[in-house]
Design a protein around this ligand. Structure first.
Ligand SMILES: Nc1ncnc2c1ncn2[C@@H]1O[C@H](COP(=O)(O)OP(=O)(O)OP(=O)(O)O)[C@@H](O)[C@H]1O
Ligand SMILES: [Mg+2]
Length: 377
């Protein structure tokens, strides 16, 4: 790893002392020099040192004043300041600390002493920098996640209204269906009217499924659930998407299952999310196959959801169940899949609360299979 040299600014009006200190520090550090307070403040802005060796007695503004000005300017961050003085009186030292200096060294000093102090304060500076960097990253993460949560909450609100909206579609749909039926009686052989009736019937089925699932989802008590029905309903709901309708072929192999005792939303949401992920994964493919199967192995219900999509790399495989891990944008103007990265994390939690598990196998560019295993209850 390339390590940048720490930067030190040496400020002293004694030219010979400055060059002596420079020689001492130069091999290990990047050194700049200034011979008075004004120049020091000027150089500071461009050079951005990690540490300043600052002489107290200088013509013009003295070391204390330079120190105070540096400390009053937030742009200089947490630069370390060591005051250099010919006087070792306690009063002098205190004045230095008061002005904001970190330490004090008295002329004449030994090279070792100066180097030791410089090292200590640079180490401190680097720890502080790391902390502030970490703090910044954390703040950034909190900001991002808050944004994501707000968005997820917005989506949830839309979901809460959806049932009402969908319900209101029923009436106009009745009108369309009624008139289509009348037309069909008048022109029994008209294919356009036939397809109109078929489309309307499909819409009614989708609306019915949304209403019945949202009703069941709104109930938080345990009930007897037919997991095959959940699978069928979740697939049915996808038919509303044109992408799904035209580019995805579905295969379903469902074996009879014992009714499952649990909260409906846990299963509709986790299975729904696995299916949605599978469809999303095939978004860039011209054609895709979504296979869903259910079976019983020993005392366990096994549900498999497979796609022929982009797959998941080994590296990402370790992260997909982490909350907020997503490769999808939060929002998109086109019809690209979007996500919050909460789907798998919450699905896993829901399935595990029944003593079950979700496993994933994948091959990049070939496809992915998610397996849900639930102990029969
Ligand atoms: N079937 C799959 N094929 C390929 N990648 C997948 C599949 N399922 C999940 N992933 C990857 O795992 C990530 C996390 O999935 P998860 O369902 O938790 O979140 P999401 O789908 O991105 O967003 P959300 O479900 O919250 O809307 C996805 O962004 C995707 O990269
Ligand atoms: Mg998802």
């Amino acid at each position: 790893m390339m390590v940048n040299k720490n930067k030190i600014l040496v400020v002293d009006d004694a030219v010979s002392l400055v060059s002596a200190i420079r020689d001492m520090l130069e091999p290990e550090y990047e050194v700049e020099t200034a011979f008075n307070g004004e120049d020091a403040l000027e150089i500071l802005r461009k050079f951005k040192p990690d540490l300043i060796l600052l002489d107290v007695m200088m013509p013009g503004i003295d070391g204390y004043e330079v120190c105070r000005r540096i400390r009053s300017d937030r742009a200089f961050g947490f630069v370390k300041i060591i005051m250099v003085s010919g006087r070792s009186m306690l009063e002098e030292r205190l004045k230095g600390y008061d002005a904001g200096a970190d330490d004090y060294i008295v002329k004449p000093f030994k090279a070792e002493e100066l180097l030791a102090k410089v090292r200590v304060f640079l180490r401190l500076k680097s720890v502080e920098d790391q902390l502030s960097e970490l703090n910044h990253t954390l703040n950034e993460q909190v900001r991002m996640r808050t944004e994501q949560l707000i968005d997820a909450e917005k989506m949830a609100a839309i979901g809460r209204y959806a049932a009402g909206i969908v319900h209101n579609l029923n009436n106009p749909l009745q009108v369309i269906m009624g008139n289509a039926q009348l037309l069909a009686m008048k022109h029994p052989d008209n294919r356009k009217i036939m397809s109109l009736r078929k489309a309307a019937a499909q819409m009614r089925k989708i609306i019915g499924t949304i209403l019945s699932t949202s009703y069941r989802e709104s109930r938080s008590e345990c009930m007897n659930i037919d997991l095959n029905e959940v699978l069928k309903d979740q697939m049915e709901l996808l038919k509303a998407s044109p992408f799904f309708k035209h580019r995805i072929r579905t295969e379903m192999r469902l074996r009879p299952l014992p009714t499952y005792h649990g909260i409906y939303a846990h299963f509709s949401q986790s299975i729904g999310n696995l299916i949605k992920n599978a469809v999303d994964a095939m978004h860039e493919k011209e054609k895709g196959v979504l296979s869903v199967s259910s079976s019983i192995e020993g005392g366990t219900i096994v549900i498999k959801i497979s796609d022929t999509g982009r797959g998941i790399s080994k590296e990402k495989m370790g992260k997909i169940f982490n909350p907020f891990f997503t490769t999808k944008p939060l929002t998109a103007k086109d019809d690209r899949p979007t996500g919050t990265g909460l789907g798998l994390a919450s699905s896993k939690e829901m399935i595990e609360s029944y003593g079950g598990e979700i496993l994933a196998e994948s091959e990049v560019d070939k496809g992915t299979t998610f397996t849900v295993r639930l102990p029969i209850n």
